[in-house]
Write a protein that binds this ligand. Structure first.
Ligand code: BES
Ligand code: MN
Ligand code: ZN
Length: 511
């Protein structure tokens, strides 16, 4: 798909289809009013007749509208003007993209980004428009022999903006939106791929492919390397599987030589059976999504590189299957982690934390500015927050704030849970430094408490995406979350880094 921005008036726009919004109670948006005027009240008449009410999600496709140069005009219902916020805007974009794709208009011009979305400026509207449009049109059909694409798919989208808008800002936002959407697509492609295709070795191969494509440094540690490093909890999870484990390390150097890196760590369990503590059969197929954290690290690195962010970023992806078998870990086994702390494995299904803890210890060698891990870690998080908010826990309030704000900005929201010491007691073990589970209560928090013991040397945050990284049921599929959140987090860090560089330049000049 190709994207561009134009500031021409809608009635003068040559296009297969121009898209304008109509609010409920028959109120035309600004662009719709311009068309109405050029068409001598054609739209007003239509609305009067009741052909379109402006209800959210409804559309009306018009051909040969008088006074316009476009082949078609698509009216999109926006709902009530007074409620028009982020969610309604995103829905309008999704409806427009879906309808254009299906009606055979191969290119469209959307006069939606100029709509008055509460508290949001044009840059936000454009970024979101690209992200939502590509998210809506995404299909995973790699493994189908017959693809069911429409005969004339949408391949070009233009966003109409008002003359008063700053074109440079709009263009920059378009680039950012595209980068984030590409990162999100990469995450979805990896996560939707089933466990027999997407193995730890496959992820390692794809990391090398991505590295070549974007000029990232990529290193893959093999079992022997991990043995040398003493990554025994990671290896313990891997020992039940016939697939060799991999530890993937990405290096993106966009920042100054001395800038400490942001480290992203992603859980890469390519299939989670539960191990000896076997999961029940229903919906077990969804455990192919247990590498969503890993996939989001791939996606965030892709977005950051496409945006050429002036940051140094390290990605760490510990990857293995969690399988039962003669060689698998057993409940009661005690393992010494890379950090030297010992862990009693009471439930082999709490494997995510076992691979993450060694990755967090490994992260120390990069002297991180901060570490953010992403993991489909606990079913308890789905119970607590459902499919709406990602769980956030952190040992640093500033970092937590940054991630919460990034989530708001990206419309990929997270909600913080407490990481108080009081919960640590639930991890007590009579045989080791800690157990790998903390009982039935506060499962998301005790999982994070476990990780926190391996993240004491730096500012750290944990995103539990068990409820948000994929949808189950009828619309089963990866959502690409939290790539938008991570991308906005990195964007904000990049803006701060740019300011710092300017400041130090000014200081040097003075001296
Ligand atoms: N991958 C699962 C968490 C999960 C569950 C993600 C449901 C998405 C949907 C994780 O490895 C796991 O099995 N966690 C256990 C931990 C428990 C044994 C303490 C869980 O949540 O049941
Ligand atoms: Mn598990
Ligand atoms: Zn898991």
């Amino acid at each position: 798909m190709e994207f561009s921005i134009k500031s021409s008036s809608p009635e003068k726009q040559r296009s297969a289809c121009i898209v304008v919004g109509v609010f409920e109670e028959r109120a035309l948006s600004a662009a719709a009013a311009v068309i109405d005027k050029a068409a001598k009240k054609y739209l007003t008449e239509l609305l009067k007749r009741g052909d379109m009410e402006g209800k959210a999600g409804t559309t009306l496709l018009l051909h040969n509208v008088p006074g316009t140069l476009a082949d078609r005009v698509l009216l999109v219902g926006l709902g009530k003007n007074k409620d028009f916020g982020e969610k309604a805007y995103r829905n309008a974009i999704a409806t427009a993209a879906r309808t254009l794709h299906e009606t055979g208009a191969t290119d469209g011009t959307l006069y939606l980004p100029e709509l008055p979305v509460k508290k949001r400026e044009i840059a936000w509207c454009i970024r979101q428009a690209v992200i939502v449009a590509l998210d809506t049109l995404y299909r995973f059909d790699q493994l189908k022999s017959k693809k069911d694409n429409p005969p004339r798919p949408l391949c070009k989208l233009t966003f109409g903006v008002s003359r008063g808008d700053d074109m440079a800002i709009a263009e920059a936002a378009l680039g950012e939106g595209y980068a984030i959407a590409e990162g999100q697509k990469l995450m979805k492609d990896l996560a939707n791929l089933p466990g027999n295709h997407c193995t730890p070795s496959y992820l390692a191969e794809q990391a090398l492919v991505l590295g070549k494509e974007l000029g990232l440094g990529v290193e893959v540690l093999e079992r022997a390397d991990m043995e040398k490093l003493g990554m025994n909890t990671l290896l313990a999870v891997a020992q039940g599987s016939h697939q060799p484990p991999k530890l993937i390390i990405f290096k993106y150097n966009g920042g100054t030589k001395t800038a400490k890196p942001v480290v992203l760590v992603g859980k890469g369990i390519t299939f989670d059976t539960g191990g000896i503590s076997l999961k029940p059969a229903p919906e077990m197929d969804e455990m192919k999504y247990d590498m969503s954290g890993a996939a989001s690290v791939f996606g965030a690195l892709k977005a950051a590189s496409l945006m050429r962010l002036p940051l140094n970023i390290i990605g760490i992806v510990p990857s293995t299957e969690n399988m039962p078998g003669g060689a698998a870990i057993k409940p009661g086994d005690v393992i010494t982690s890379m950090s030297g702390q010992t862990v009693e494995i009471l439930n082999t299904d709490a494997e995510g934390r076992l691979i993450l803890c060694d990755a967090l210890t490994y992260a120390e060698r990069f002297d991180p500015a901060c570490v953010v891990d992403v993991a489909t870690l606990t079913g308890a998080c789905v119970v607590a927050l459902g499919n709406v908010a990602t769980g956030l826990l952190a040992n640093d309030d500033g970092l937590a704030r940054e991630l919460l704000d990034a989530g708001q900005d990206a419309y990929d929201r997270a909600w913080q849970l407490p990481l108080w010491d009081d919960y640590q007691e639930q991890l007590k073990s009579p045989f080791a430094d800690m157990a790998n589970i903390g009982g039935r209560m506060a499962g998301t928090i005790t999982a994070a408490c476990f990780l926190a013991r391996f993240a004491e040397k730096y500012a750290w945050a944990h995103l539990d995406v068990a409820g948000t990284a994929y949808r189950g049921g009828e619309k089963k599929g990866s959502t690409g979350r939290p790539v938008p959140l991570l991308s906005h987090f990195l964007l904000a860090r990049a803006a701060a880094a740019r300011k710092d560089v300017k400041k130090s330049r000014r200081a040097k000049k003075k001296a």
